[in-house]
Design a protein. Sequence first.
Length: 506
Amino acid sequence: SDKMADPVADFLAREQDMFADLESPVNQQPIFNNAEEGDFDGFEVANGNGSGNRIIVDNHDLFNNPPEFNADVPPVDSGVDLQGLVPTNLGTPTLSLRSNASGTSLDLSSIQPVFSRFQEEPETLKKWREENEKNILQKDKEEAEKKEEWQANGKKELENWYAERKVKLEAVKKQNREHEAALVKSSSSSPSDDKTPDWKKIASLCDMSYKSARDLSRMRELITSIYLLIIIKLGMSESIAYSPRFINILESQDEIIEELMKELEMCKKELVVKSGGTKRKGEILKKELLKEGIMSDIQKKMAFVMDMVDDLQNQNMKLEKDVEIVKHSIKDVDKIKRFEGILDEMIILKKEIEMLQEEIKVKEKFTKHINDELQRQEEKFESTISKINDELYQYHSENEFLKRKVNDLEKEKEILMNRLQSIEIYNETVLSKKILEYEKCENEDFKQLIEDQKKLIESLKKENEVIYDKMKNMDEAFQSKVGKLRKDKKNLKLLLKRHFNENLDE
């Protein structure tokens, strides 16, 4: 196609057709052997239809049958669009060598450096960079909005948590105060408390100091054992032991025991008074006791005590019967109370279950919201990754295309260098031959032709330098392009990594 036609390839094809005979070692020898003085009267090298580089020497023909330099040569498609790389508004440099009366002049004013298109940034990269900046700004904006939303939600949840914590602390403080009051009350309970056992009441009334009173530990142990035997024998539960009727009966027994203790103390005091506070012999003490009638009083009091003990036994028998009756009645009451307690516990558990169900519903809604948000972020992230992968694939394809172009240009450069070497060899051969002929003949035209040939060689060298500079500029542009692509690739990787880390943090 015309678009993909390579001007360098066209030039090489035309040059190859023109100098086909010169490149062949078999055909070169006859040319030099058959060359005569008039063979170099005219020499013209043209490129294409005259629009390319032209090197013209207006002298006599150099050869008898000059080749058709302007012959139409079919363009060769190298597969590389070089017209898109070279600006169309830049003209091709032209070298002209013309002979006139004053001599041959070299026109180098039209030689201009041709810069590669790779020095400018491609449109695709500009477009991608603009879209990338817009996407980054949009994502930063969304991130800021999301951050503000999360901060507001976190502040609200923190306030709710502090409120719940305050309520729980108040409830715990209230419960602790109640426990403290109950503990203080239980530690400082009086003997008249109904919930305090009788043996504890009696033990609290006894003086435990052996220095100031008699040792009543044996009496306390006997009273405690009697109380425990009654409980074990009757099989009473704790609720029966603390029943009001049973407590009243025990209190009446406690009053009798207290009266007995008072009588014993009075007897003890009378004995001390009668004895005068000093130790006497047993006989004198016995006589005084008989004389004063103390023993009769003690015997009467002991008989009264025995009667009291009999009354206590009778009361205990009645108490056993009453306890049996109360036992059966209290069993039913205990069952009813137990069922009522179980019912209250079930109601409390039901309320707690309802509260837990409400909390579970709230947590399920919150979890669903989080899952939806995560799914949306994942879809957004996948779409972003797909776009970036497409862009990477596009850059990779462009990079491969540029590599192919550079390879083609290097091959063309190598061909041009080979061609230049062949031309230089040819020029040296022609020059040496003409020098020999020049030594034989001193024709002015021939001398002028030799000078023109030298100038032609110089112009070819300059043209070669221009082509070399052009190839060097293209190579530098390609290297800068590759460096820019690598930098963009690195930026894309950093962007992917940053986006991935942000999604993980969210």
